[in-house]
Design a binder for this molecule. Structure first.
Ligand SMILES: *Cc1c(COP(=O)(O)O)cnc(C)c1O
Length: 401
């Protein structure tokens, strides 16, 4: 059965995705060997905690972290990491979550790091404490995060520091680490979509982050509902025990070493993370995808993508009100893209109107709307299938009338 067949049988349209690894479009597409690994994993019983311990070893080797676990996405990783930072090995605190008012439960977050995903920290029961200014963002000033404002926000109630990594914000990470480490406050980095470049798999750990979250279903090319939490062994262990099935007999429970039974104050029940349980298929699929992602030749991948983008740009030559520009990976920091600038006067529609038309077309086509405020639609080729390249260009020409 093909992808077309399965979706057609459900009455769901297949879409041309030149918008990137968006969750609402199903994220990454998996390579045949990743699919094969998941299918094979589906056919035998294993101890999930033992499998997570194996995943920890593989991810630790690749990221340089002490330990790691596979979650159901980066958002789940952030929630589990926050839970671990609040509870450590205390079973009573694990049992209390998400009601954490009785112990340290504040997560400090810079205003400039407040993405929609900050909800994932709060979901563990934490209270978010906003700090700092959005000086640069508003164009009113030039300053970023400063040590004194972090120090001023830390109290005995502080459980963790939330840091949203990107190409700009990362320069503040050493300051955050320096202030927080001295005071025993774990720094949790949201690096969900900071791949490629694959150097970022090790970068935030190297810079001193205690925990880092990555999406498995974006650039890594793993199952859509997978993610990674990597970092300090004690925090990963405390996160894992709150994720796995704990309907166990204490007499026969034999957790992997990652879970430090000597430090645990008892045998926990199902934890806050039960709703984020990763299956054997996701764990194995994520590992297969991660191995493939790190061994890929980025330069070769990007030059092949650039060739395809040149052909798409050439097919758009002369289209009404449209100017294209290929932005190389060295500039985007990820993959090469085409910026399609729309001149509303000549095109008869704005960038966002064109995007709306494309999404309603047959087949529906999605371009990235990230830069529509400056009149640009972006062709992001991360998930674009080569056989759709010509149809994509034709759809844009058609939508322009
Ligand atoms: C995608 C994303 C997430 C959520 O990742 P999932 O793997 O979909 O849970 C969190 N933070 C940022 C910045 C993201 O881009």
């Amino acid at each position: 059965m093909t992808a077309n067949d399965i979706y057609a049988s459900l009455g769901v349209k297949r879409r041309i995705n030149a918008a990137g690894t968006l969750t609402r479009l199903g994220g990454a597409l998996m390579a045949p060997e990743v699919i094969a690994a998941m299918a094979a994993a589906a056919r035998a019983s294993v101890d999930i905690a033992e499998l997570q311990a194996a995943a920890s070893r593989t991810i630790a080797r690749i990221t340089g972290a002490e330990a790691a676990l596979v979650t159901t996405g980066a958002a789940a990783a952030l929630t589990l990491g926050t839970a671990a930072a609040m509870t450590r090995w205390d079973v009573a605190k694990m049992a209390a979550l998400p009601h954490a008012e009785a112990f340290a439960h504040e997560v400090i977050i810079p205003r400039t790091h407040r993405t929609g995903y900050a909800h994932a920290f709060a979901a563990a029961g934490a209270r978010l404490i906003d700090i700092g200014h959005n000086d640069r963002g508003t164009g009113a000033g030039v300053r970023g995060l400063e040590a004194w404002e972090i120090e001023a926000a830390i109290t005995p109630r502080t459980a963790a520091f939330a840091f949203a990594a990107n190409i700009e914000s990362v320069k503040d990470l050493p300051t955050v680490v320096a202030v927080c480490r001295e005071r025993g406050i774990p720094v949790i980095v949201d690096a969900a979509a900071q791949l490629p470049p694959k150097g970022n798999l090790t970068r935030f750990i190297e810079l001193g982050a205690d925990l880092v979250a990555f999406s498995g279903g974006k650039a890594i090319g793993g199952p859509q509902a997978s993610g990674i939490l990597a970092g300090r062994r004690d925090l990963i262990g405390a996160a894992l025990v709150q994720q796995i099935d704990m309907d166990v007999a204490p007499e026969t429970w034999s957790p992997p070493e990652l879970i430090d039974r000597a430090k645990l104050t008892g045998v926990p029940h199902h934890g806050l993370g039960r709703g984020f349980k990763a299956g054997k298929e996701e764990i194995v699929g994520l590992l297969a995808a991660l191995e493939r992602f790190v061994s890929a030749d980025d330069a070769a991948t990007n030059s092949a993508l650039e060739k395809r983008l040149q052909a798409i740009a050439a097919a758009l030559q002369g289209a009404r009100g449209v100017a294209t520009r290929i932005v190389p990976a060295s500039v985007t920091g990820r993959v090469p893209v085409i910026e399609v600038a729309i001149d509303p006067g000549a095109a008869g529609c704005s960038a966002i109107e064109l995007s709306g038309r494309l999404q309603k077309g047959d087949p529906p086509v999605h371009l990235s709307e990230r830069f529509t405020a400056r009149g640009v639609l972006t062709v992001d080729p991360q998930v674009l299938q080569p056989e759709d390249d010509a149809a994509l260009a034709a759809a844009i020409r058609r939508a322009l009338g």
